[in-house]
Design a protein around this ligand. Structure first.
Ligand SMILES: COC(=O)COc1cccc(COC(=O)c2cn[nH]c2)c1
Length: 246
């Protein structure tokens, strides 16, 4: 997968050089390129924003630099990229959307600052490539860069070979309408006793059927307590068929 990010803060994307994403880049599984939006300006002050038409507080990101940046990025690849625009007014980012994005060959992220990007940039881009406006939550950030880090991390871990042996998550199917996607239950590792606290006996029993049942019950209990909304989507008929986790 190829990932491009156009931003006025390239240094904000440094974390993409470390950990899981960093290793995937080193292994050549991910090609990540970060572009400074200001390199697509031509005035002395490298201006990327201006006052909003219609008045109001704050500034709006000018269309010209974004247009040139997207032209340049789109021209530098063979395939059709998907534009991913982090915005509070976007489609909620869920594991399901992460799975969807992980199947695309090329993602171009356009994190905005200020009050946002001139709407004509998105409208014009939509005539040339698929555009996903994505919200990572119901709050407003100063810029979309943090949202890019979240989305890239969630997508990268789904790519074949990136997660190593824990890749079982990839087999999870999130078919809508099937069983709810439950929250992860509690996990434990050695030592068997720590500060007077032991590990649930069933996990030491080696009885895989009982262990799977216990884990499902714990996940169900946790989900019912913290996220009853996820249970409502549950289709009891398939409950026993799949063991899936968020
Ligand atoms: C066309 O799209 C735009 O102009 C984007 O506009 C904005 C405006 C304010 C802030 C942001 C950054 O994203 C978030 O705050 C965000 C994403 N998820 N949850 C919060 C983006």
């Amino acid at each position: 997968m190829r990932i491009d990010v156009v931003t006025i803060f390239p240094e904000y994307l440094e974390p993409l050089n470390v950990s899981l994403v960093g290793k995937a880049r080193t292994r050549g599984q991910l090609d990540v390129r970060v572009h400074d939006l200001r390199s697509f300006t031509h005035d002395k002050h490298r201006t990327v924003d201006d006052t909003p038409f219609g008045g109001g507080p704050g500034m709006v990101m000018k269309p010209e630099p974004w247009g040139e940046a997207l032209d340049s990025v789109a021209a530098s690849g063979e395939e059709l990229p998907t534009l991913v625009v982090p915005t509070p007014s976007g489609r909620p980012f869920t594991q399901e959307l992460a799975v969807e994005l992980a199947e695309r060959p090329w993602l171009v992220f356009t994190p905005a600052r200020y009050e946002g990007i001139d709407r004509r940039v998105i409208d014009e881009a939509s005539t040339r490539m698929p555009v996903e406006e994505v919200s990572i939550g119901d709050y407003v950030l100063a810029g979309g860069e943090a949202a890019v880090l979240v989305i890239v991390e969630a997508v990268a871990r789904l790519l074949p070979g990136v997660l190593g042996n824990a890749e079982s998550h990839r087999d999870d199917s999130f078919a809508p309408g099937a069983m709810a996607d439950l929250l992860e239950g509690p996990v434990y590792t050695k030592p068997p006793e720590w500060r007077g606290r032991t590990v649930p006996e069933v996990l030491l029993s080696g009885h895989h059927g009982k262990i799977a049942r216990w884990r499902r019950d714990e996940a169900f209990r946790r989900t019912a307590a913290l996220r009853p909304d996820l249970i409502e989507r549950c289709d009891p008929a398939t409950f026993d068929k799949h063991d899936r986790r968020l």
